[in-house]
Design a protein around this ligand. Structure first.
Ligand SMILES: NC(=O)c1ccc[n+]([C@@H]2O[C@H](COP(=O)([O-])OP(=O)(O)OC[C@H]3O[C@@H](n4cnc5c(N)ncnc54)[C@H](OP(=O)(O)O)[C@@H]3O)[C@@H](O)[C@H]2O)c1
Length: 236
């Protein structure tokens, strides 16, 4: 795989993905809103920037042509179905067979088998209500966007992020199919490692048609998971 497009390249997650992709030798095309092009100044000699709204199908069509992989930051900003239109544009225009990696949060469930803490359920309810009332964001938009991805016939992976923090990389996060798995209970990932997981997924065919929920590999719950695996006879 040689050429990848990063949709939403100017955001925090997006810029980390640009860095990881360049370090791995990919040719990078970045899509970002025109007012955010300056945020990519540090990379402008090394990547192709396509300015434009990520939900504009013509922008996406131009950016993803000839790409072997597309990394998409799905954000539910506004109430105009920004995330859904972004996902749809990528699904419609990425070359057949391209690896498609999307980002979202733990609150997205692929099969309804995730078990959420009351805190997360409350947060989604309250934040979702307030954000929609203020017309700032629409969490259902991200749900709908992911639904379209899950139902598509593409080679997708939807990476579901825990709470995020800044900091140096600690390594590739660990993942589980379902929120509620004790290995995830620390609910914290470094943003740089969320991006690492997205970029590494491009070459990991085991993640095709998976929606991994991730957590930092150095968090207490991830360490505990490793200890349990090392000594499977140990009582939990
Ligand atoms: N706690 C968390 O933050 C958290 C937790 C779990 C998962 N996630 C997931 O992580 C991803 C992004 O996180 P992040 O930390 O990188 O966020 P971020 O830096 O705030 O970036 C978000 C993206 O949204 C774009 N954006 C901002 N305002 C916008 C608007 N009004 N209309 C359209 N686009 C807008 C940004 O583009 P510009 O550069 O043009 O502003 C950027 O590409 C998302 O997939 C999110 O679901 C986040």
């Amino acid at each position: 795989m040689k050429r990848v497009c990063i949709v939403g390249a100017s955001g925090k997650l997006g810029r980390y993905m640009v860095r990881h992709a360049l370090e791995r030798g990919y040719e990078v095309v970045g899509v970002c809103r025109p007012q955010s092009v300056g945020k990519l100044d540090g990379y402008k000699e090394r990547i192709t920037i396509v300015p434009g709204a990520t939900n504009d199908a013509r922008v996406i069509e131009r950016a993803v042509s000839d790409c072997d992989g597309v990394l998409t930051v799905l954000v539910p900003w506004g109430v105009e179905h920004y995330a859904t239109a972004t996902a749809q544009a990528v699904l419609d225009h990425a070359p057949p067979g391209a690896r498609l990696i999307f980002s979202c949060g733990w609150h997205i469930s692929r099969d309804g088998k995730d078990v959420y803490s009351w805190k997360l359920r409350l947060f989604v309810k309250v934040f979702g209500f307030l954000a929609r009332a203020a017309r700032v964001a629409d969490l259902d938009d991200q749900v709908q966007a992911c639904r379209r991805v899950f139902e598509s016939g593409t080679r997708w992976t939807v990476v579901r992020g825990s709470d995020l923090e800044e900091g140096e990389s600690q390594g590739l996060p660990v993942w589980s199919r379902h929120v509620g798995d004790p290995v995830l209970s620390s609910n914290l990932t470094r943003r740089v490692d969320f991006a690492l997981f997205m970029v590494e997924a491009l070459e990991n065919d085991e993640l095709i048609h998976e929606a991994p929920a991730i957590v930092g590999c150095m968090t207490p719950s991830a360490r505990m998971g490793r200890r349990r695996k090392a000594s499977p006879g140990t009582a939990p």
